[in-house]
Design a protein around this ligand. Sequence first.
Ligand SMILES: Cc1cc2nc3c(=O)[nH]c(=O)nc-3n(C[C@H](O)[C@H](O)[C@H](O)COP(=O)(O)OP(=O)(O)OC[C@H]3O[C@@H](n4cnc5c(N)ncnc54)[C@H](O)[C@@H]3O)c2cc1C
Length: 568
Amino acid sequence: MKDYHVVVIGAGGAGLRTAIECARDERVRVAVVSKVYPTRSHTGAAQGGLNAALGNTVPEDNPEVHAFDTIKGSDFLADQDAVQFMCKHAPEVVYELDRWGVPFSRLNDGRIAQRPFGGASFPRTVFSADRTGHVLLHTLFEQALARDNIDFFNEFFLLDLLHDGQRVKGVCLYDIKNGEVVNLRAKAVVLATGGFARIYWQRSTNAIGNTGDGVAVALRNGLPLKDMEFIQFHPTGLAKTGILLSEACRGEGGYLINKLGERFMARYAPEKMELAPRDMVSRAIEYEIREGRGLGEGTSAYVLLDLRHLGEAKIRERLPQVRQLAIDFEGVDPVYDPVPIRPTAHYCMGGVHVENYMTSSTLMEGLYAVGECACVSVHGANRLGGNSLIELLVFGKFCGMSAREYAKQVDFLTLSPGEERKGQELIEGLMKREGREKLAEVRRRMGEITWEKMGIFRDEKSLWEAYQELTELLQRWENIPVVDKSRVFNTNLVELLELRNMLELARAVAYSALHRKESRGGHYREDYQERDDENFLKHSLLWQEGDSLRIEYIPVRITSYQPAERKY
Ligand SMILES: Cc1cc2nc3c(=O)[nH]c(=O)nc-3n(C[C@H](O)[C@H](O)[C@H](O)COP(=O)(O)OP(=O)(O)OC[C@H]3O[C@@H](n4cnc5c(N)ncnc54)[C@H](O)[C@@H]3O)c2cc1C
């Protein structure tokens, strides 16, 4: 067993930025744990960019306009003080990255370039061609590697938290490389395990590993999850696979057209057109398909993303990865042909309830949550493109400071013999398990339920069915054996652990969605099509007690902007 002041679970943008901040004090020993090699974290797949009101292209832009755009985009469910905090600190964390070596795309005069993005009043999104996440993640990893007081636990899987009900004591990990269980004692633990949009197994932009492990571990340990009903569907997933084509396609001037060649967004958002927020554009595409103005049929129906008018030179310079993805996975070169697209599950607005946005602390002492696994909430019911990467950096920085200072003040807690054996017993139990269910079969069914019954459109009946069927799948999960008995890289065992986490979170989404009887942002109920501020201008908190779930609501913090109808 090893001791660390701070253990950070996750080596994506959120985890690395937090760890770097913790390590600023050389006396503080930090562990970063990741189930994949750090540079394979999903942050590396981000394409379009991150938002900061630098005012480089339009001088009138400023953090307050950024905050207003974010609050409006959130359908007024974001906590306004937290949003203002994020937008105020956004420019400083971008310049920090610039100095650390992120190769941002530039204007002719050498300043950082900014592109238009959905729901934004001005071109505000800072980028590096369409590989922003890749360069950001690699730069943060270099910065973390350069610090001697950070140890990496690569390819270690978080099994559980160790705590006494009030305060965190450490974590219990599974070493994927050799099958050993390792406990780390910690004064502070930071969850930075990313999102869970893979619960939409068949159609998602997310990495296969985005299974929400940290969120599920928090739920099982008695912590509440906030706003789980809000899932973001990205409008432009490749038709056949759901792989993302960045919002930058529309930011750079791409059109959406239906079978009749119409730019149909004129019907839904006449002012912003293709650059309306994602929830609106996704629904617009699905309406076009429903009303027979799409192409293809059934689940493979689609509309078209037209980039041809941008010309080859601009596509090469600004959208090289998008072009390659369209060629490789859809067989279409956007320089010559429009690309078939359809909405795809992309981002989770909900997550572990963060109780204090300035520290990222949760309801358990010493436990923090940051990045996509956390719900602060700065995105409310709908996140604006480019606001997630900036969230990781701003809150990662402040969370790192808080966890570091907290860890310097408290002592380690002792682990009981039962706690020391907890992980080992879990793994042994799973390896011995017998049963006839098949992992792939249960996971496939989960993907069908999530997409069909709790997708872009939902209602009472579909959500209730989803909740019940997912509960049944959780029972079937108990009878899935681990067929591979080896200790080295047992991906069968890891996938089994991930599947349980996804099933629990999918059920949490269905349950929260069932109770929100209104439509807001990414949550669209066909049986309650209007936003209902009188009854639902509030955050949901979902608790798991034994096998049952319970919902509570807490107020939204409104500091500056009264809710108004959201028009674009
Ligand atoms: C294709 C795509 C494009 C995107 N483009 C943009 C964009 O242009 N702009 C923007 O703002 N946002 C974008 N987003 C959203 C944004 O990239 C993510 O929300 C953000 O990167 C999440 O970062 P994170 O650090 O919270 O998690 P991740 O980057 O997902 O990292 C999670 C980390 O946790 C570790 N982990 C998870 N489970 C365990 C476990 N059980 N044990 C140990 N370690 C574990 C993983 O190994 C990983 O290191 C995009 C998302 C996708 C999917």
